[in-house]
Ligand binder design. Sequence first.
Ligand code: NAP
Length: 503
Amino acid sequence: MTRRYDAVVVGAGFGGMGAAIELKRLGLHDLLILEREDDLGGTWHVNRYPGLAVDIPSSTYSYSFEPNPHWSRLFAPGEELKRYAEHVAVKYGLKPLMRFGVTVTGARWQGEHWEVSAGGEIVTARYLVTATGFLSMPRKPDIAGIDSFRGEVVHTAAWEPCDLTGKRIAVIGTGATAVQLIPELAREASALTVFQRTPIWVSPKPDLPIPPAVRKVFARLPLVQRAVRWLGSSVLELMMISGVVRYKQLRVANRLAELWCRAHLRRQVRDPALRDKLTPDYSFGCRRPTFSNDYFRTFTRPHVHLETSTIDRVDETGIVTADGRTEVDVLVLATGFDLWDTNFPAFEVIGRDGEDLGAWWRQNRFQAYEGVTVPGFPNYLSLNSPYSYSGLSYFTTIECQMTHMRRLFTAMRSRGASTFEITRRANDEFLDRMRTKVKQNTVFSLGQCATARSYYFNQHGEATLLRPTSTASAHRAAASFPVSHYDFSPSPSLCISTTRGAP
Ligand code: NAP
């Protein structure tokens, strides 16, 4: 006999924990949270590279219903995020529901429940929630000879503490991770070569320690921290709206953001040739910009070299480009994550008519109603879906999705139903609306994004990751979407037309 749960949540990061908290609030207590890694925390458990810190102010990068007055800095270091995740899991009774080291390989809708293949075992549940993250599949670059390298090779998502003092280090990649890591590596390396293919827009980071007296105020007067959260969220919202979502209407704000980053670069790097190499040729916002106070400056140190010629191959002891060869002891792959090829979804999901979600997305555009549900996949909440990511702080997305779940489950129950499925019509309308907004307003279609190589774009060149609306609009939609957009039925299975449904 396989055990039957109310719901299985895949992923014990902040997304999966938020979903589990919401399901518990809705009275679904027989939950199972499956996690591939050996502990909770998602990205904040996996990533341990030197310099790891949040790049969104911590008061904003946390659950609104669980403020943490103890952040040591405005932008907390990674281990504090991991501790916060641990605290939430304990406080909300999630830890006993979690099973670690279990890789889910597939899930299949069986008419009235989901059958989930997990670590050689089958578990069944009425509802399935996937919260496997966007940035969960590390990408190893396809560079000739990389496996022949005899020194150490480490991806930033598999960092092990080691002594790098006096080593000749090479870093491949200049994304947000590399921006945090490179200044740290420069402190230890005897020589550091950074292989850059695409430069990144970097803004100064208004980071400060939070004095103990202020933390005490946050603990005693939560409203004060709430105000700080509101301020941080508003600044981020302004950046997102002016830089990305409303590019057409606020192009000048996007241009100002570029100038701000250029001025930061000019202050830190005097050499115009080096500055030129570090300056992006694509519009601000086409790919995720980042914050750092010491990234640019690091390249002015005598033992740090920025290499922009294309890597030809890696051999046993170094990296070869058209311009020459660099001897290396340690090769650091800051090469990011595979989103569109190996994720979406992270494992095989088979729906009502035997439809394979991954194949369906690839053949019919990446889509999900409100970034949460997919027609043909009853009782399934896919939290890392196309158009789901709203705003700059991931917690905005998480809390919108929690609100969506609340409204959906409440409506389902009030109808005496236990099965939900989004109608094709509502899904199609949502997709059309998102595509129109991306096309008419955003930097993705109106800016210069061709050279950005941004993971916001899928393999067909469409920007289908971010929701092209304000976060206020995302919150409103989550709280007030027409419940008639869903078909509800008692179990066992849906027998009503999925083309029904009106706004
Ligand atoms: P990323 O932004 O995808 O950057 C990967 C880098 O590796 C890019 O510079 C890419 O160059 C380069 N690269 C990949 N394959 C390559 C190849 N074959 N040859 C040469 N270069 C190659 O990944 P990331 O830096 O890990 O950041 C991912 C995301 O994580 C960020 O955007 C951010 O959302 C998140 N993050 C957040 C924080 C935080 O504090 N909250 C911190 C770090 C990261 P191309 O651009 O030319 O492809």
